[in-house]
Design a protein around this ligand. Sequence first.
Ligand code: FAD
Ligand code: NAG
Ligand code: NAG
Ligand code: NAG
Length: 347
Amino acid sequence: MSRDIVVVGAGVIGLSAALALSEEGYKVKIIAKHLPTDPLNSQYTSQWAGAHFRPYPSKSDKDYEESKLARKTLKRFKRVAVEEPWSSIKFIEGIDYLETQGLYGVKSRGYFEELTNMKEISKDKLPKNVSFGAKYDTWIVNSPLYIQYLQRKLTFEYGVQFERQEIGSLKQVSQSNPGSIVVNATGLGVQYNGGLDPNSFVIRGQTLLVRAPKGNPYENKTITHQSSDGSWTFLIPRPLDGGLIVGGTKQVGDYQTTPKIEDTKAITSRAKVLFPEVFIDGELDIRNINVGFRPARKGGIRIESEQIDNQQLVHVYGFGGMGYETSWGAAEEVLKLVKLLSRDSKL
Ligand SMILES: Cc1cc2nc3c(=O)[nH]c(=O)nc-3n(C[C@H](O)[C@H](O)[C@H](O)COP(=O)(O)OP(=O)(O)OC[C@H]3O[C@@H](n4cnc5c(N)ncnc54)[C@H](O)[C@@H]3O)c2cc1C
Ligand SMILES: *[C@@H]1O[C@H](CO)[C@@H](O)[C@H](O)[C@H]1NC(C)=O
Ligand SMILES: *[C@@H]1O[C@H](CO)[C@@H](O)[C@H](O)[C@H]1NC(C)=O
Ligand SMILES: *[C@@H]1O[C@H](CO)[C@@H](O)[C@H](O)[C@H]1NC(C)=O
């Protein structure tokens, strides 16, 4: 007999965890304030992501551990892209350009492992000012469509119930669902007794969703160009006719939900130098200005079980700018923890 599971949160993390648990036969319910088919909402990060997988060299053992979650996702996505193309997952060429090479290299720890076709781009082929470039096979998704795909699969393949509710504390969830294991996938993290994890903070991201000219050279590529001044400019085509994401910003602790004109101007002027082919008559054909908040956490991603009073909890939050790329690896970790908790409770 498996225990019932209540997942709080219907972002890419809660949905992926619910799917991994459902596939293993657990009975799952999801409670969330925002659901995948809702209109865009700044509090619901998963609607705003690019999203692509962009590996980077590990600066710490924690980074390396997170890079392994990304590899588990890569493995799963390879299969889903073929079997369920309506998931919107698509494999294409990824390119990194670094003006300052830093730790980057095609043998750097955390960067190259398990990637196929990773190659350094020869110096004579690099754009101006770039000191290191690499290309490799990677994936992109149309993030709003991907979370809707997860919700449909959970609902109609596994019978998962979705309940729209804003919760004040996890204690409240535990009291109204006695005996269940509660999975905490709330992004910035709701505490057991209410409030947010004091280690959590947001990193604002503004990107431009544009219509790019048909046949432009970046249709089947995702490119990230990191400039020596710390700014980065990236292109992420969204599969299934989702337009092109041109980004972006990383603004720590900035809660402005409305678009900033100066950010739009800065992104546009960098893109004009780096990727002029995506402009139409000298302008970007901007169809939406996206503002999202990456749910970051000091100390990185938290995936851990805990018992408070008699309630068993599994925490899975603090994914910052990597929620999509680590989503399936995180879901597998949640499944492992839930299996341990279910086993212990039977002893
Ligand atoms: C501009 C931008 C670009 C990005 N690009 C990428 C990328 O290329 N690749 C990548 O991997 N990641 C990317 N990210 C990061 C990614 O979007 C996040 O890491 C991911 O969406 C986090 O998912 P989550 O499920 O943890 O949180 P969320 O999507 O925020 O979901 C949280 C869920 O919890 C619910 N919830 C919260 N509080 C409560 C409450 N009190 N009661 C009930 N429900 C509650 C919400 O309603 C929601 O359902 C990007 C982010 C931004 C902003
Ligand atoms: C190269 O760097 C210089 C100095 O920072 C800058 O002025 C110039 O615009 C850059 N060129 C390109 C193509 O990025
Ligand atoms: C649940 O997750 C949030 C972050 O999403 C965190 O702040 C909080 O500490 C977690 N809850 C508990 C009871 O630890
Ligand atoms: C991108 O891929 C599509 C589908 O394979 C193809 O029709 C198109 O010509 C490609 N675009 C470029 C610029 O290579």
